[in-house]
Structure formats: C-alpha cells, structure tokens
Design a binder for this molecule. Sequence first.
Ligand SMILES: C[S@@+](CC[C@H](N)C(=O)[O-])C[C@H]1O[C@@H](n2cnc3c(N)ncnc32)[C@H](O)[C@@H]1O
Length: 227
Amino acid sequence: MTAHQHTPQHDHPAEHLSPTEYWEQRYSGREPIWSGKVNETMASVVRDFAPGASLDLGCGEGGDVLWLAEQGWQAHGLDISATAVGRAREAAAARGLGSATFTATDLSAWEPEPRSADLVTASFFQSTVALDRTAILRRAASALRPGGHLVVTSHAAPSSWAPDHPARMVSIDEELEQLARPVEDWTVVTAEERPRPALDPEGHAGEHLDAVLVLRRREAAGARVSA
Ligand SMILES: C[S@@+](CC[C@H](N)C(=O)[O-])C[C@H]1O[C@@H](n2cnc3c(N)ncnc32)[C@H](O)[C@@H]1O
C-alpha cells in the first residue's frame, strides 16, 4: 500500500470466519498493521481540492482520514474493524484532530446520507474474504454532491516480487466499467494504472501497480432534466 512502511504478512483466508471476524483477527495484535501515514497516491490527487466533507471507506487505522482532517476536511472514516477504528480515534485525539471522526460498521449494510459528501475515498478497499466492493463504492459515490470527487486507489496486480496476492486485484478497465456508470453522471478525471516503487521484504527494489480512478460528479440528473 502507498506510504505503508511495512508489508503485513497475509494469512491464508480463514473461510469459516465472517468478514468482521477476519478483519478483527488481522487487527488483533498489539501493534498497528499499517504505517499510519497517508497513502501518497490519494494525497497527490486530493491536495488540489477545496476542503469539504469527506468519507473514507475501509479506513483501517485512519492514516488517510487524519491527513484529510489536517488539510481542513471534515473527514469521516468507516471500517468494519472496531479495533482499527479505536486506533484511528486514539490517533485523532492524540493529534487534536476533532474534525477526524470514525464509525465502526460493515459497509455492506450501510446507507450514506444523500448529498452529504464532497469527496469519497477508498484506498486499497480490497479483501481476502467476502466484500461487495462495487455495490459499496457505488452507494457511497451516490452520496457525492455535484462537483464532488470519488478517488479510488487499488491494487491492480500483486507486488513485483510476489507470485500472487490474497485479495482480488482490479484493473482500471474494470473500475471504469463498474464505477463510472451511468456515464452521463461522471467526468473521468483520471483512469490509469501507475507503478509505485517499493522495497521487497529483503530490501531489494521492486514495485506495486496501482489502479487510480478519479471521477467528478456532474450536476444532478434532476437539474439536467429541468434545465
Ligand atoms: C487493505 S485494508 C486498507 C486500509 C486503509 N484504507 C489503508 O490504505 O491503510 C482494507 C480495509 O477494509 C476494511 N473492510 C473490509 N471489508 C469491509 C466492510 N465490509 N466494511 C467496512 N470495512 C471493510 C478492512 O477492515 C480494512 O481495514
């Protein structure tokens, strides 16, 4: 993942575990599993946007939400793991970031407030166990106000040194096909696969491949009809 200092070991999925149990187990150690830093790909896109209300899907321990709050966003993160969200809340409190808030919830059963967001982000919102990713991303995107942005960064391929990745990879063509719909509702700002330099576990140079999708919501369908 972007800006993560270490690559966590991926366990084989325990198929008998529910998504909540699986992710709780991943976060159950005493140490954080991510670096706590913002994902640079997301940051490089969002840096130029005027701050407003943001939602981060699968926020983990909150690195992206904390950064957004520091940039002036009313930043809300959601994640299925209560442990991860607890760590994110502690980090926000330690940094005095009252505008970084979090909810522990399974996003499969979550409905956003209509027109409540100027930005929806999802960084590596991919899972080894069941995840209705497209439906969740589309539902969240529907909460964007006209002019708001959806910024999705995903693993498009396993890391260069790894034979495979336990989570399902997504190509940028797939992202476009599934998320930029209906086409008249969205302006495609960025749709590309970007290599990202990284070190393998032995410290040798390698790379990740990220799919980066940035969509801007056009004016509301109702407004178009009445115009
Ligand atoms: C690969 S991690 C990415 C975490 C964070 N965005 C980052 O870049 O560090 C995927 C995250 O999605 C969360 N997640 C998986 N399924 C979920 C669901 N159904 N609802 C909410 N969060 C979920 C996991 O708990 C995990 O924190």
